[in-house]
Design a protein around this ligand. Sequence first.
Ligand code: SF4
Length: 310
Amino acid sequence: MDNLKQVRKKIAELKEELNAVILVHNYQRPEVQDIADFTGDSLELSRQSTEVNAETIVFCGVHFMAETAAILNPDRTVLLSEGSAGCPMADMINVDELREWKQRYPQASVVCYVNSSAAVKAESDICCTSANGVKVVESVPNNDILFVPDQNLGHYVSTQTKKNVILYPGFCYVHHNIKPEQVKQAKELHPGAKVIVHPECRPEVIDLADAALSTSQMLRYAKESPHNSFIIGTEEGIIYPLRQENPGKSFYLISDNQVCKDMKKTTLEILARTMELRQNIVTVPEDIRVKAKQTVDRMLAVGENPKPPR
Ligand code: SF4
């Protein structure tokens, strides 16, 4: 038996032992996506974590995702596949910084992107993901919205609503590094291809795209679209499920630099070790968890953004 098969077998045995489900983000390595019970984006995986019948949730992604699962599932053990996998954007705001911004804009409601710590969620009014940011902002009665931490997602939301959206200056380096000139070059290289980008991209990049979508929305868009070729503006991990689900269609990245280092830290060997040693358990102090859960629950009660035309 080759090494990969052995590791897969070990993970399957450990899953039984731990009574575990494995949730895997769309940006993970293909071989990790292959052993998932469920793959998806943050919104889908948050929802999924509450519906699974298991004692242990093993999250292959980054820290805030496992933390969100822990917020929603206090009676289950949540393991993060690789303990050092974090999100540099989520780390761009802490509670003290958020409190300072709240003092600057006392009239505003705080909408926090799910890419944030449990403590920041606990200090916010409602959470959102890239799939439902517009709907969430629209659901808030207040006209003034302080949007943290992603300036690009916040800006995209501001173009879809009449509300006054105040932007905190965080960003995701993977998406922020995609430049408009690169989109133009990709369009020249692949004429006629539909350009779909993530709302964490710069406004100038979104302006050149046919649609700004979360990763699960991209998967649905590509499947339902009558078009056959697509230029993709998000982390490169999404190309694997796009190609698997659409064998007759072509997918091209805008640049060769669309890689999140933290998302790629998890390998099958690391995952097996985490499960074997029951390590990287993610917990949230109860007072913070209860407040953060209210923020996430308010989001889960709101649906997704309306579908763009195909
Ligand atoms: S892709 Fe960007 S937002 Fe997602 S985990 Fe990596 S750094 Fe964070």
